[in-house]
Design a protein around this ligand. Structure first.
Ligand code: NDP
Ligand code: GDR
Length: 345
């Protein structure tokens, strides 16, 4: 029997890489997608085949973290061995505009899932996508013992979800883990997060399609890793003998300014000629510096990231340049899975 995984947020950056990773490991993968008036499955279309096809192991279901009844019926129907809760309103700046929606999705959404698992009595392992944003203004380096001090409605909602995940472990003995992940990026990163905004702008300005890019606080420092390596870390956490919480990070910080310089230099441009300031990208409260210490994951899970920011920038800029050459702006890293039936589109 294939092991069965359920991924919320499968249409997002991490969900798409995790689905690929688990399919490669032989899992049957179920994903929850939101009903939208236009297609929102661009990151996983290369994985999808008609579920009637022999060998199909990816199944998509409509659902929403706001709808507890639906989550309950899906969990009961699928009976997964592993649940990865990646769905959330993930944009920190937007969380200041939509604090209530962010709390409902990113915070309460997690407890809806945990409570459904508990009430159904499911024997499954649960991964919660926790975030370095929970550390907020606590000085770096941050690890599993660093005090939390979130600085946004997003960070606060993630903290609620973090403690809910720990509480269901302590109160009910469920196998629940928090992966406290620092920023991780890829060619599939959403276009409004700072790294992808920069690599896309560098590619478009280089191609003569844009003249400028408008940025907010470029002095902020982040610990940027490569998303495919981080989804493997999520899986490793659920294979451990006992549930625990782990930081995943590279341990090296770069400023947004440094990221800009690396990206524009890669296409032969001087970033200072093209970057302009717009206060609309500032946050009412900022997280200035996050740099993680992932020693625990290295020792206990054997997880160690290979890709550092300079290589990450190259991967992302080259993907955005290539996407423009192919006539679109979508991501281009869509590998075929070995032994996976060919898709028609
Ligand atoms: P994305 O923004 O790329 O993806 C978010 C996913 O959540 C999408 O599939 C989105 O669906 C789905 N979603 C949003 N709201 C709901 C809802 N109400 N019900 C069901 N699904 C919903 O995020 P990432 O892949 O980058 O991140 C994955 C998780 O990891 C998130 O929880 C994020 O907060 C967390 N995280 C991410 C880090 C990073 O650096 N990437 C670092 C630390 C934590 P749709 O496509 O329809 O919008
Ligand atoms: P972050 O990522 O807030 O760390 O959250 P983001 O890329 O949005 O911002 C990183 C830093 O860059 C500064 N910045 C800008 N940010 C954006 N988006 N747009 C700009 O124009 C801009 N200019 C400067 C920001 O102020 C910030 O300091 C991400 C998300 O993936 C979360 O879901 C996740 O939990 C954390 O990473 C870890």
């Amino acid at each position: 029997m294939n092991r069965r995984a359920l991924i919320t947020g499968i249409t997002g950056q991490d969900g798409s890489y995790l689905a690929e990773f688990l399919l490669n490991k032989g899992y049957e993968v179920h994903g929850i997608i939101r009903r939208a008036s236009s297609f929102n499955t661009g990151r996983i279309d290369h994985l999808y085949i008609d579920p009637h096809t022999p060998g199909a192991r990816l199944f998509l279901h409509y659902g929403d973290l706001l709808d507890g009844t639906r989550l309950m019926s899906l969990l009961s129907q699928i009976a997964p061995d592993e649940v990865y809760n990646l769905a959330a309103q993930t944009h920190v700046r937007v969380s200041f505009d939509e604090p209530e929606h962010t709390s409902e999705t990113t915070g309460l959404g997690t407890i809806r899932l945990l409570e459904a698992i508990r009430q159904l009595g499911l024997d499954c392992r649960f991964y919660q996508a926790s975030s370095s944003e929970m550390f907020g203004s606590s000085p770096p380096p941050q690890n599993e013992d660093t005090p939390f001090h979130p600085r946004s409605p997003y960070g606060i909602a993630k903290l609620y979800a973090y403690w809910s995940t720990r509480n269901y472990r302590e109160a009910y003995g469920l196998f629940t883990v928090n992966g406290i992940l620092f920023n991780h990026e890829s060619p599939r990163r959403g276009e409004t997060f700072v790294t992808r905004k920069i690599t896309r702008a560098a590619a478009r300005i280089h191609a003569g399609l844009d003249q400028h890019v408008y940025m907010g606080n470029i002095e902020a420092v982040r610990d940027w890793g490569y998303a495919p390596e981080y989804v493997e870390g999520m899986w490793r956490m659920l294979q451990a003998d006992a549930p625990d919480d782990y930081v995943l990070a590279t341990g090296i910080g770069y400023s947004v300014r440094e990221f800009l310089a690396l990206a524009f230099t890669h296409v032969g441009l001087d970033w200072e000629r093209y970057v302009r300031f717009d206060e609309r990208y500032l946050r009412p409260a900022e997280v200035n510096t996050v740099i993680g210490d992932a020693s625990k994951a290295k020792v206990s899970l054997g997880w160690k990231p290979q890709v550092q920011a300079p290589q990450l920038v190259r991967i992302m800029v080259e993907a955005d340049v290539r996407a423009l050459e192919l006539g679109g702006s979508g991501p281009v890293d869509r590998p075929e899975l070995p032994g996976w039936p060919k898709t028609s589109g």
